[in-house]
Design a protein around this ligand. Sequence first.
Ligand SMILES: C[S@@+](CC[C@H](N)C(=O)[O-])C[C@H]1O[C@@H](n2cnc3c(N)ncnc32)[C@H](O)[C@@H]1O
Length: 359
Amino acid sequence: MVFLLPETTGLMVPRASVEKTLTLLKQRGLLNAQLKIRSENDHIRIPLSREPFAWELEMIRNDVPDVKLCESEFPERQEKTTKPADLLSDKLPPHLLASLPHAVDFVGDIAVVEMPPELEPHKLAIGAAILKAHKRVRTVLSKSSPVNGVYRLRTFEIIGGDARTQTVHKEHGCVYHVDLAKAYFSSRLSYEHLRVASLVKENETVVDMFAGIGPFAILTAKKHANARVFAVDLNPDAYQLLRKNVLVNRVMGKVTPILGDIRKVVNERLAGVADRVIMNLPERAIEYVDVACKALKPEGGVIHYYQFVDSPDPLEAARNQFAEALSQTDRQLLRVSEARIVRGVAPFKYQVVVDAEIK
Ligand SMILES: C[S@@+](CC[C@H](N)C(=O)[O-])C[C@H]1O[C@@H](n2cnc3c(N)ncnc32)[C@H](O)[C@@H]1O
């Protein structure tokens, strides 16, 4: 039997953009998996788990300009998925149920949550509910610090399942060995990894300046038979995982992992080699614009520049700050081919990327 529910907020999306929209919604925990998608001529209606914030809608529109909010009836899925909230309904009072973490990040078989302070006394019950609701999950981690330090790491508390931070994560057909406590990795950058790797052209040489465990570098090498990537990181644990990931994804010879400080590495062996440079260190990339310019071939190329911004016009602010840093070098900005919000990292604070063509 199919039940139609009262009207629910949804997104109306052109048929051709459904896959991309679903990926973006899932990453943000905005897809209502209890309800079915509706098909209508050349459009699809996708049910949302809640009303998106204006900035979330703007982020989605950056990638899928034609999405529209709509109010529609959506049929209920026959097999109801179990949600942690359902499993906790007799254990927590309603006001605490409302503050359950909405966004659960899945990295391999690990679930990562941010626990609001009022739920701290109930964290083990919440960990157990997440394990029960998501059969593939073996470990539940609660973030216990912000991302910090040169290696961009955070600490975690294990609130359910096996006591470990290592796992194997699959993204866009690549396999990544990950250790969340020892090397940076975020499944929220999945679309960005794909976007940048898809922009690379055959025969290009890419320098991934802050490569981590390799999600930009390895996907780029997998997607392009003749691309060459130098993947650099300062963190010895990230470098060891990167080497392993190069082996398991069979991109030896195409991705060259390098351990070291990017400034030194470019000076010593990567000056003038790159058609494209990836600068995914959003809190400090501004300090390395001169290094990116040095890595580019003399005739120029493309820089993917990342930055955290909390100004009212984040795209304009990132474009201006990048242009200002570039003006201190001997390079010229030909054009910004794209500037987009990658994700919200805090209220009114965004990670932004600027794709710049440089000569
Ligand atoms: C935000 S993480 C990005 C990881 C990766 N690009 C991804 O998408 O998962 C930034 C990485 O830059 C590395 N890093 C920081 N400073 C560096 C430097 N001066 N030279 C090379 N790597 C550096 C850190 O160790 C960290 O792994």
